[in-house]
Design a protein around this ligand. Structure first.
Ligand code: SF4
Length: 245
C-alpha cells in the first residue's frame, strides 16, 4: 500500500488524534493495524520506547511490521540486541540499509564523513533509506517522546507528515509514546524482562551510530552524548533534512 493510498485529510487527522490521545497504547496500535494492516509499521532503533511498543503489539497479537535503520556503523551491542529481540518477541525485525556502502561513501566524500559533515552522512545512511521505506507505507509508527528534547516537545500523537518535501510526499506519523516519561518506559521494560541495550547500563542515554555516540556524562538530557562537538541533536529522520549539505 503506498503512502498516498490512505491519507486522512488534515481535519480527519486532527479528529482522530483527539480520540487516540485518550486511548491506551494497545488501542492506539490496534487502530493503526486494523485501519492500515501492514501499511503501518513500527520504525525503531530498539531504545526504550520502541521496545515498549513492540511488546504491546506482540502481546495483543497485532502483526505490525517492525523495521530499523542499519547504517553499517552501529555498536556491536546494538547488532546483538536485534538478534536477541527477534528471539524474545518471536517476530522478524527488518533491517533497512543505505544504498551506498561505507567504501563507496569514503571514495566519494572522503574517509570518516561523520567527522566532517555529519548531516551529509546522516542523509545518506539514515534519511534516504528511511524515505524509501516510508514510500511503501501509509503510517510510520515512532517512539518519539515529547520530553526527549526541545525538537520533539511539540510532537503530536498523529500527524500528517511531509517526509519528502521535494516530491511533496506525505505519510501519517503515529507517535503513541509522546506522553510517556523515561521512568515509565524503563519501569515497563524491567517489569516485563525485555532485553535492552547493555550500553544503557554503561552511561549511554541515546544510542545511535558508534562514531557519533558517547556516554552522556553529567549532561542529564535524554539526547546527551550524540554528535558531541557539533551543533546537532537530530539525525534528520524526524526533521527531514531536505538535501545533503
Ligand atoms: S549518526 Fe554519525 S555515523 Fe551515523 S549516519 Fe549520522 S553522521 Fe553518520
Amino acid at each position: 500500500m503506498s503512502s498516498s493510498a490512505i491519507l486522512l485529510s488534515p481535519d480527519a487527522v486532527a479528529q482522530q488524534a483527539k480520540k487516540l490521545a485518550q486511548a491506551p497504547l494497545t488501542e492506539v496500535l490496534r487502530w493503526a493495524f486494523e485501519t492500515f494492516g501492514s501499511g503501518a509499521a513500527i520504525g525503531t532503533s530498539f531504545q526504550g520506547a520502541g521496545l515498549v511498543m513492540i511488546h504491546h503489539a506482540v502481546t495483543a497479537g497485532l502483526a505490525l511490521p517492525v523495521f530499523t535503520l542499519d547504517t553499517g556503523l552501529l555498536f556491536e551491542e546494538s547488532v546483538q540486541l536485534k538478534a536477541r529481540l527477534e528471539v524474545f518477541f518471536g517476530i522478524p525485525l527488518e533491517s533497512v540499509h543505505p544504498e551506498i556502502s561505507l567504501e563507496q561513501q569514503a571514495a566519494e566524500f572522503g574517509p570518516e564523513l561523520w567527522t566532517k559533515r555529519p548531516d551529509t552522512c546522516c542523509q545518506l545512511r539514515k534519511v534516504e533509506p528511511l524515505k524509501e521505506r516510508l514510500k511503501t507505507l501509509s503510517v510510520w509508527i515512532t517512539g518519539v517522546r515529547q520530553e526527549q528534547s526541545s525538537t520533539r516537545s511539540g510532537a503530536g500523537i498523529l500527524e500528517r507528515y511531509l517526509f519528502d518535501p521535494l516530491l511533496e510526499q506525505y505519510i501519517l506519523k503515529l507517535n503513541p509514546m509522546t506522553a510517556w516519561g523515561r521512568d515509565a518506559v524503563w519501569e515497563y521494560i524491567h517489569k516485563h524482562g525485555i532485553p535492552y541495550n547493555p550500553l544503557n547500563d554503561r552511561g549511554y542515554r541515546s544510542i545511535g551510530c558508534q562514531p557519533c555516540t558517547r556516554p552522556a556524562g553529567e549532561d542529564g538530557s535524554e539526547r546527551a552524548g550524540r554528535w558531541t562537538g557539533f551543533d546537532k541533536t537530530e539525525c534528520g529522520i524526524h526533521t527531514f533534512l531536505n538535501a545533503a549539505k
